[in-house]
Design a protein around this ligand. Structure first.
Ligand SMILES: [Mg+2]
Length: 188
């Protein structure tokens, strides 16, 4: 038996590849260029990135009246469901819910909204949302299941940097690169 820990953005959910592109496209449609949005994005990222705040700053800052913050946010967010990693999710559906955990990084309310809209939440025993390192929840799971292999899947190498692999020899990391990585997770 094994336990699985999955990251959300760019693992379960195509955040960079699809969602962000869709977001910039929605701004283009109301006349705001990629470079302009990027400027606001950098400022918002410092504060803890939440889509609704970005939409508000762009609309206010660029003095745009043709849409509202609510309408534009909804237009961007409603595609979440379509941007899930279905290949990976179908594989997770074959596992026991008790064996699956999610550890995601970001602003809690915003991450929860994305998870809720994608509908994948019910596949996981527990969902942890962290603001900095993932060390605590990952090592807590390793501690709890000392006799089982714990497979931690993330697309960012830096998320593995502070994990104690010596203390937890049951921990195995898998860097998620693309859907070829699914074979590595399940040793296929
Ligand atoms: Mg990620």
């Amino acid at each position: 038996m094994a336990k699985y820990i999955f990251d959300f953005d760019d693992v379960l959910f195509f955040n960079t590849e699809k969602f962000k592109k869709h977001m910039y496209q929605c701004f283009e449609e109301i006349g705001v260029s990629y470079d302009t949005v990027k400027k606001y994005y950098k400022i918002e990222k410092e504060k803890g990135w939440v889509l609704q705040n970005l939409v508000e700053s762009v609309l206010d800052g660029e003095n745009i009246k043709i849409t509202t913050k609510e309408d534009l946010s909804e237009k961007i967010m409603r595609v979440c469901k379509e941007y899930t990693n279905t290949d990976l999710i179908n594989r997770i559906k074959k596992l026991n819910r008790e064996d699956c955990y999610m550890v995601t990084h970001g602003v809690k309310e915003y991450q929860l909204e994305k998870i809720q809209r994608t509908g994948v939440g019910s596949l996981f025993n527990q969902i942890f949302i962290v603001q900095d390192t993932k060390k605590d929840p990952v090592e807590m799971i390793c501690e709890k299941f000392r006799d089982e292999e714990v497979i931690f899947v993330d697309d960012k190498e830096k998320r593995f940097a502070d994990l104690n692999f010596e203390k937890y020899p049951n921990l195995r990391k898998v860097l998620y690169v693309d859907n070829e990585s699914i074979n590595k997770i399940f040793n296929e």
